[in-house]
Every structure is written in C-alpha cells, then in structure tokens.
Design a protein around this ligand. Sequence first.
Ligand code: ZN
Length: 93
Amino acid sequence: MMGLVRILFLVMIVMAVLALVRGIAAPSRPPSRGRPRGPGRGNRATRQGGKLFRDPVCGTYVTAEGSPAAARGRETVYFCSDECLSKFRDSTD
Ligand SMILES: [Zn+2]
C-alpha cells in the first residue's frame, strides 16, 4: 500500500502548489491601500508611531529615527531624504 500513500502525498503537494500559485496570481488585497498621503514618495513615518517632524523642503512628515537631520537655530529639523537635506543646506549656507 506504499504506492497509494505516495500518490496521496503527491496529490496534496500538487494542491498546495496550485493554491500558492493562485494566491500569487490573484492577491486578495488591493495594492494601493493605506498609502501615506502627502507629496514625495511614501515613507514609514506613520507606521513607527514616533513623533512626526515636517520636512521643511518638501513638506513630508518623517520620524526622527533614521531620518537625515540638520540644526536650524536651536531646533533640529528632519528630512525625508539626503536630497532634501542638501537642498536645505544649500538654501541656508
Ligand atoms: Zn523631503
């Protein structure tokens, strides 16, 4: 009876693969859901739950963690990217 067990096992594998392929071909979730709004490209700011700072160059909200920063007077300003940081430096220096 080993042959039958093997066939059943193979059928289960084929069904699992088919289910997987179907899941990849037709994702149930729409791809553009829960996108952060605002100009520029999306960032992880809203997901980390930290305090948000406004990028003074492009207006995107970012968290302090992992964002490029610069001093403006006594406060620290944060940027969405190094590109915005260098634009800010060009405008102040
Ligand atoms: Zn920016």
